[in-house]
Write a protein that binds this ligand. Structure first.
Ligand code: ADP
Ligand code: ADP
Length: 228
């Protein structure tokens, strides 16, 4: 599903963000990526959807060889991956339904198929009754659910989330994590970078800790492991 072999990443300014990452994430895994700020978590995650390219090493995601992938094939890779951000990244002038539909419009589906799929995924995230709301009319947690619905629209095999609860209060954060758990129960792999200690410690899922560009811990039923 996701395989990295001795991956290094130096940014053009010389910052050595990753120093020899090797990891194997299987279908159906639920993985928390933890570690201090600047450790390399975002870089690690961005490599998976080819937002950044490795300086050396090998990366395979959903059968795509990331280093060899032609630019014109990037959309195909990204359709197999749902990506969720801390700041939601919704289009502000589009309703919840339009934000989700937008992700489907490149696929050549009929209007009727798109409408049905949009209704399905909004229902799945508990927003069936908010389809016509603009992002500014929704709470933070609801906006993140729209982003999750959008990521689910293409039926991805993996969802990659970079601090998805970073802007949300604790109760709302728990709602998002329960939603990820339900999605994972249906077979979708989840990779989530987080600073949320309570969530990691309560869920006891796989924990990959990154420090100074390397994986220092990889435990199947891990704990957060930092005091802050
Ligand atoms: P984390 O997500 O754990 O906070 P990042 O992957 O964002 O870590 O960053 C790892 C290191 O790479 C940090 O030193 C950061 O400043 C640096 N870095 C991240 N993005 C860039 C970039 N585009 N150009 C240069 N350095 C970067
Ligand atoms: P929170 O306090 O959780 O951030 P809000 O007070 O912003 O949430 O919104 C509470 C509820 O009211 C949400 O379900 C949201 O969909 C709805 N809502 C907020 N603003 C509007 C609006 N201008 N029009 C319609 N519904 C709204």
């Amino acid at each position: 599903m996701i395989e990295m072999q001795d991956v290094w990443k130096a940014y053009p300014n010389g910052t050595q963000a990753l120093r020899g990452i090797s990891v194997h994430i299987q279908k159906g895994d639920f993985v928390y990526v933890v570690g201090p700020s600047g450790a390399g978590k975002s870089t690690f995650i961005k490599l998976m959807y080819r937002e950044v390219r490795p300086t050396s090493g090998h990366i395979f995601v959903n059968g795509f060889n990331i280093e060899r992938l032609k630019d014109r094939k990037i959309p195909l890779l990204r359709r197999s991956i749902g990506v969720i951000f801390q700041d939601f990244k919704l289009l502000p002038k589009m309703t919840a339904a339009e934000n989700v539909a937008f992700a489907l419009e490149v696929l050549g589906l009929s209007h009727r198929q798109i409408r049905r799929r949009v209704e399905d995924v909004l229902e799945q995230v508990g927003l069936g009754d908010k389809a016509n709301m603009l992002p500014t009319q929704l709470s933070g947690g609801e906006q993140q659910r729209v982003a999750i619905a959008r990521s689910l629209a293409n039926n991805p095999s993996v969802i990659i989330a970079d601090e998805p609860t970073g802007n949300l209060d604790p109760d709302t954060s728990w709602g998002i994590v329960r939603l990820f758990q339900r999605i994972n129960d249906l077979g979708t792999t989840i990779v989530m970078a987080t600073h949320n200690r309570d969530i990691v410690n309560s869920m006891r899922r796989r924990v990959i800790a990154v420090e100074n560009g390397t994986i220092v811990r990889d435990e199947q039923r891990g704990l957060y492991g930092y005091d802050e």
